[in-house]
Design a protein around this ligand. Sequence first.
Ligand code: SF4
Ligand code: SF4
Length: 440
Amino acid sequence: MPSGTISHLKDLDYSVVQQCMHCGLCLPTCPTYVATKNERNSPRGRIALMRAIADGDLEVSRAFGEEMYFCLGCLACMSACPAGVNYAELFEHARAEVETAGVLGTPKRNLIRAFAIKWLFMDLRRLQLAGRALLLYQQLGLQTVLRTSGVLKLLPRRLRELEAITPKIQEHFSSDLIPPLLAATGQKRFRVAMLTGCAQDLIFSDINRDTVEVLARNGCEVLTPPEQHCCGSLHAHNGEWALAQDLARRNLDQFPPAAFDAIVTNAGGCGSHLKHYSHLLNDDAEYRERAALWDRKVKDIHEWLAEIGVRPPPTEQPIRIVTYHESCHLSHGQKVVNQPRQLLRAIPELQLVELPESSWCCGSAGVYNITQPEMAEELLERKLRHIGSTGANIVATGNPGCLLQLINGARVRGMQLKVVHPVSLLAEAYRANQGIPANV
Ligand code: SF4
Ligand code: SF4
């Protein structure tokens, strides 16, 4: 790395860099280590590499970069670690180090990153435009024609795989479904802001609608501005530290935390990042304090409902068996473990069956299923096998990446499996009381 260039790992607080005591207790919880049994693919091995770079004993190399991108960032190692190693912080700085050094740069990779991370996700109006183009392609039947005609077989394998996981774009985005201000049903108890997300807004806007509806039914007045910003987790997890800071500032400007009792997200991956804006803006005197208040106000929807108490829906539906897959960033990142189960148990007609290895990564991990398809597929297979063993025909999970991964996995395998967000099950249970049938 040229002298004078920022080194994210060398500049990182050394107490974070040297926390690991090499005990190895995290190894059996790390999906990449369990798959390969290579020390370098383990949390301990990766931390040793990061520390060697911070200490100046190792140069940032292509091999180091590839290792950092082979890591899922699932944070299972953090849950297992008795020493409290902050792997999340190390991981983000390590990837930023890789990008600053440019060791993985190729013209193709640089172009994709410039388009997706630095342009598309920096302004959600662009993303919505891309979403509408994709919707048109799907509505005109072009996707169906391509899939049934055999034309796709002519494409390179990688492109075929990417086409197969193209999400179904919703006809209506969140701003079409949710008013900017929704009054609480009955007595107002809280004022909250709702973050509609980026991909979530295009692919799962119905879940956003369900979330807002559930909030209102539980005494919340909900502010949902139609134009919002990406939370920046995509940027932080892919080494674009400055862009992540920029997006954090935009969110803080749009949602002054002092104006709300809570700032609610229903996406586990986003929430895990949103709760650490103070760490991201630690050196910014103008935003530091606001960011600290923001971190305290950001709540995952399950967490917030558990805090304020869920109004139980009446029993109107036949008993259905559901199992629950934990999003890594909801369970390991945010430690929101019991609340989603409480929410599901609050729905009288649901019978919750525990999923073996429920907090083991499904392979989605942001864009991991695109960048590391083999490992992602191995993890998906393992997850779907466990889901099948529960006998449930509904799996609930609180993160759009996991939802999409499981929907695609079940579709490709012809599994009769409904994949839903827990809050949608609750919204349906409330609606059933009004004679509107549940659609799962
Ligand atoms: S984040 Fe996940 S994949 Fe990466 S080292 Fe930790 S447990 Fe392993
Ligand atoms: S990360 Fe934690 S659990 Fe893993 S080796 Fe280091 S101290 Fe032990």
